[in-house]
Ligand binder design. Structure first.
Ligand SMILES: [Zn+2]
Length: 100
């Protein structure tokens, strides 16, 4: 039953990664997977990952949807996007500097 013990440990690492991701507003499922498959390094990566609320955003010129600045394809209308000249402030800045 050694394999099962390892699986339980991996599950708890995954859970830890998911909880950290949730606290930061990052995708929970993805971080569960990373921390589950790469137990120690994945959890460390989750801790040091950039919180989604800190990421600058942009406005789609075609449909006006607000997107993460790193997106090159609009999820609203499917238009290819150039790197914007003007970027919106991050969600965290918009909330008034509620830094945690
Ligand atoms: Zn669009």
């Amino acid at each position: 039953m050694q394999g099962l013990g390892l699986l339980v440990i991996m599950f708890f690492f995954g859970l830890g990664g998911a909880l950290i991701a949730r606290a930061k507003g990052n995708p929970v499922g993805i971080w569960f997977g990373i921390a589950f498959l790469v137990p120690v390094a994945g959890l460390i990566a989750a801790v040091f990952s950039r919180a989604a609320v800190d990421e600058p955003r942009r406005l789609c010129e075609n449909c006006g949807k607000v997107l993460p600045i790193s997106d090159t394809l609009c999820t609203g209308c499917g238009m290819d996007l150039e790197y914007p000249e003007q970027q919106l402030m991050s969600r965290r800045d918009e909330l008034g500097g509620r830094r945690g």
